[in-house]
Design a binder for this molecule. Structure first.
Ligand SMILES: Cc1cc2nc3c(=O)[nH]c(=O)nc-3n(C[C@H](O)[C@H](O)[C@H](O)COP(=O)(O)O)c2cc1C
Length: 180
């Protein structure tokens, strides 16, 4: 049997675990990204590989333009990725955050990993993501990844490690507030 946390101190984290709906999702992580020439998409796919190594955690991989507020609300953790565009996040990702603004309370406090690629502007793009996602008061999974161009072998190893770390955090946060 699974029941919701009943302690009064848990009220403030009700947006993290809201009970049966979240349980039914069985620890789903949403990876959403924008990518023109597939470097960022490849990084997203490798992070997904890492997530899938953790038992009981599933992953949805979607381009930012295809994400609905319902997709975001129903996930227990996130990885947001973009290529650098004029030293900033790509436009579709910025539009997504505007679209999610009305439901931001339902996203807050959950684990978040950020990742970017660029040709020198990857760190600037990461900073732009960090600022916009920061309003969600996330449980940060750091360091975020900022990769030059297509991810190489060492980047892939790190991306798998970070995916696992994100998935682990999702399971731990959940088990902290829901008792069997
Ligand atoms: C419109 C546009 C603007 C870009 N602006 C930057 C930039 O400001 N700084 C940078 O380092 N790279 C910039 N790039 C290059 C991409 O960020 C970089 O090649 C990235 O790795 C491509 O990722 P993708 O394969 O996922 O599209 C830009 C690319 C495009 C298409």
């Amino acid at each position: 049997m699974i029941r919701k946390c009943v302690y009064s101190s848990c009220a403030s984290i009700d947006t993290i675990i809201t009970g049966d709906d979240r349980v039914a999702n069985n620890n789903k992580i949403l990876i959403t990204y924008e990518s023109g020439t597939e470097s960022t998409e490849k990084l997203a796919q490798v992070i997904a590989e890492g997530i899938r190594k953790v038992e009981g955690v599933s992953v949805d991989l979607k381009r930012a333009r295809d994400v609905t507020p319902e997709d975001a609300v129903s996930a227990n953790g996130y990885a947001f990725g973009t290529h650098s565009a004029s030293m900033y996040m790509e436009g579709e990702l910025r539009i997504l955050f505007e679209k999610l603004s009305p439901v931001k309370d339902k996203l807050s406090g959950k684990p978040v990993l950020l990742f970017t690629t660029g040709q020198g502007g990857q760190d600037a793009a990461l900073v732009s993501l960090d600022k916009i996602v920061g309003v969600l008061n996330p449980h940060w999974i750091k360091p975020g990844m900022a990769i030059k161009g297509m991810p190489g072998e060492a980047d892939k190893v790190k991306a798998i490690e970070m995916g696992e770390k994100l998935a682990d955090a999702v399971t731990k946060i959940k088990s902290k507030y829901i008792v069997a």
